[in-house]
Design a protein around this ligand. Structure first.
Ligand SMILES: Cc1ncc(C[n+]2csc(CCOP(=O)(O)OP(=O)(O)O)c2C)c(N)n1
Length: 360
């Protein structure tokens, strides 16, 4: 498999920041919209870096970095219409950003003070899913529900290259295809599933898997926010128009570790990281903006300052996050009262009450 994504890669902005055109996909954006995307990318990266630092300081139990994948996430997230619904894995911080989830809300789960972090219906984005591939089935079920309700919105579902080997994902592909569900499968192929390289997941490019299930697959440059936006918009439009699912493979690279518990220097070649740094999603958009005179030194500095202010807020907010009520983990297991959950809650309360002073 080619390291550069091969000739089938849809690209609209080269790593050198040059605008190119593609016969099937395009976007026309105003300078203001382009600056908006750049701001998104920079702020998401800053949130990611700050969360990593907070983990290192013991404020978070774990963090899954998205550095390098910002364009895949922001491009696809910004392609969504307000009524669309997103199903993430645990690394979709840029998607959450584009859905209006506050960065601090992302941290609660990783700090261990909440089982979720936000109201899925407020943002049309499900909670993070740690179990690999699970959310693909939730997404297809949700999309089939929308279809039956006559809702003309679409669902987008995120997962990784490693997840593509899971049974759940394959079942989701089958169901979505035969029921023509309005769902876009968005696979961020970041080349690694922890220490397992892509070649242990597949012998063909991942996007071509869609062929076997009977729906279209497309490989997009995941570090090119414009191409991701164009391809995702087209796939969502097709889903809304009743054409069923599409598999998008965003060809990208996880520049950070799998999580803060992982050490990629044990299995990854340093030269690969250096090569991918040259394809950085933020740098290419910066060059494009600067070269066209749509943004200058002062504006870039303002965005940096905004990113710093956001990081300060995040730091403070993280440390001030309240401890949860001891029994709050039982509150949302089922929508309605459930005898077993009631029993477990009572046992838990009795256990805590058994300590001297009734404390913990
Ligand atoms: C069902 C299941 N099996 C195993 C794991 C452990 N696990 C966590 S992340 C991961 C690799 C996922 O790789 P990929 O899907 O490529 O996503 P990435 O983290 O690279 O974005 C594994 C095996 C899990 N969380 N769930």
């Amino acid at each position: 498999m080619t390291a550069d994504g091969g000739p089938e890669l849809v690209q609209l902005l080269t790593p050198e920041g040059e605008r190119v055109h593609h016969p099937d996909y395009d976007v026309e954006l105003t300078p203001d919209q382009l600056r908006g995307l750049y701001r998104d990318l920079v702020l998401v990266r800053r949130v990611d870096a700050e969360a990593t630092a907070l983990q290192r300081q013991g404020e978070l139990g774990l963090w899954a970095q998205c550095v390098g994948q910002e364009a895949a996430q922001v491009g696809s997230g910004r392609a969504l219409a307000p009524g669309d619904f997103a199903f993430p894995t645990y690394r979709e911080h840029g998607v959450a950003w584009s859905r209006g989830v506050q960065p601090l809300q992302l941290l609660g789960l990783f700090r261990g003070v909440t089982n979720g972090g936000w109201d899925p219906h407020e943002h049309n984005m499900a909670l993070y899913t740690i179990v690999i591939g699970d959310q693909t089935l939730h997404a297809v079920g949700y999309a089939m529900g929308m279809q039956r309700d006559g809702d003309d919105s679409a669902v987008i579902c995120y997962f990784g290259d490693g997840a593509s080997s899971q049974g759940d994902v394959n079942e989701a592909f089958v169901f979505s295809a035969v029921y023509n569900a309005p769902v876009v499968f968005f696979c961020q192929n970041n080349q690694w599933a922890i220490s397992e390289p892509l070649e242990r997941q597949t012998r063909i490019p991942l996007y071509r898997r869609a062929d076997g299930f009977g729906f279209p697959g497309v490989r997009v440059d995941g570090n090119d926010v414009l191409a991701v936006l164009a391809v995702t918009q087209a796939a969502l439009a097709a889903a809304r128009e009743g054409q069923g699912p599409t598999l998008i493979e965003a060809f990208t690279y996880r520049m950070g570790a799998h999580t803060t518990s992982d050490d990629p220097t044990r299995y990854r070649v340093a030269a690969d990281l250096e090569a991918w740094k040259l394809k950085d999603p933020i740098e290419r958009l910066k060059v494009y903006l600067a070269r066209n005179g749509w943004a200058g030194h002062e504006w870039f500095a303002e965005i940096e300052a905004e990113a710093e202010a956001l990081a300060v807020d995040l730091r403070r907010g993280c440390r001030e996050m309240p401890e949860p009520e001891k029994t709050s983990m039982f509150d949302h297991v089922y929508a309605e009262p459930h005898a077993l959950v009631d029993e477990e809650r009572a046992q838990f309360e009795a256990y805590h009450a058994s300590f001297v002073g009734g404390g913990h």
